[in-house]
Design a protein around this ligand. Structure first.
Ligand code: FPP
Length: 245
């Protein structure tokens, strides 16, 4: 779709797209293509985050979940991990007031409490400051892995069974959902991955059971409001069945 067509695309509210989850991929390839160091790709990726956070509510999107750091990203070279953490710290510090002013509620999923204590403090402060905002819920997945999340939920249920406060037969889809980091959020309607890859990479495994999937060739640092509108328009063409016919 052209940018012009995209700008008139159906908004999220009209298309039923309440929750968009994005696997932001291609920062490294973008940097390579521009003969820049990888950090420059991640920095440009933060600019794309800014653009998308601004455009999402205009398209009727209520919840935007961004895969910012996976539980597997620790395997990257230490200097790249440090760069990503530095960018996250800087993003929160420099954006929090603007996010708050724009009605964005910021929250986190993943085992983010395992990050450096000063960063955890900053994240929790940002969460508290924006807790009452309603225009957009921005969820950052930090030190997140779907398998890890399900493992933590299973452990929490098992603990309650062991103490006798939970009957194993009472465990249902709802009780499992309520123990996940995403408890209280609607499931993603659309999972979008940039840079042409077709993998879920351990992202929202349980929650994506009936999500639509869109892959775009655009590298994350090049992703903008028009790319977002294109994805929403693609979503609007999908017929969702949720296992029915
Ligand atoms: C994938 O690019 C992207 C990530 C590792 C995570 C996304 C991180 C950002 C957008 C920057 C930090 C975000 C915030 C909000 C502070 P890649 O390096 O895997 O790209 P490649 O596959 O082309 O190498």
């Amino acid at each position: 779709m052209t940018a012009t067509a995209a700008s008139t695309a159906t908004g999220g509210a009209a298309s039923g797209l309440r929750h968009l989850a994005i696997i932001m991929d291609g920062n490294g390839r973008w940097a390579k293509a521009h003969r820049l160091p990888r950090i420059a790709g991640h920095r440009a990726g933060v600019e794309a985050v800014r653009r998308v956070v601004e455009a999402a509510p205009e398209l009727g999107i209520e919840v935007l979940t961004l895969y910012a750091f996976s539980s597997e990203n620790w395997k990257r070279p230490a200097d790249e991990v440090a760069d990503l953490m530095g960018l996250l710290r800087h993003y929160i510090q420099s954006e929090i007031n603007a996010l708050h002013k724009n009605g964005v509620r910021l929250d986190f999923i993943g085992d983010y409490r395992a990050l450096k204590p000063d960063l955890v403090k900053l994240l929790e402060k940002a969460r508290l400051q924006t807790a009452d905002n309603r225009r957009l819920t921005l969820i950052m997945a930090l030190n997140y892995g779907g398998q890890d999340e399900l493992t933590r939920a299973a452990r929490s249920l098992a603990r309650d069974v062991a103490t006798g406060s939970l009957d194993p037969e009472a465990i249902s889809v709802e009780t499992v959902s309520a123990r996940l980091d995403t408890a209280g959020l609607p499931p993603p309607d659309l999972v979008l991955r940039t840079s042409g890859e077709m993998r879920l990479s351990n992202f929202l495994l349980w929650q994506s059971a009936y999500a639509e999937f869109v892959a775009t060739d655009t590298l994350w640092p090049d992703f903008d409001a028009a790319s977002l509108a294109d994805a929403v328009a693609e979503f609007a063409t999908r017929e969702r069945r949720f296992g029915g016919r």
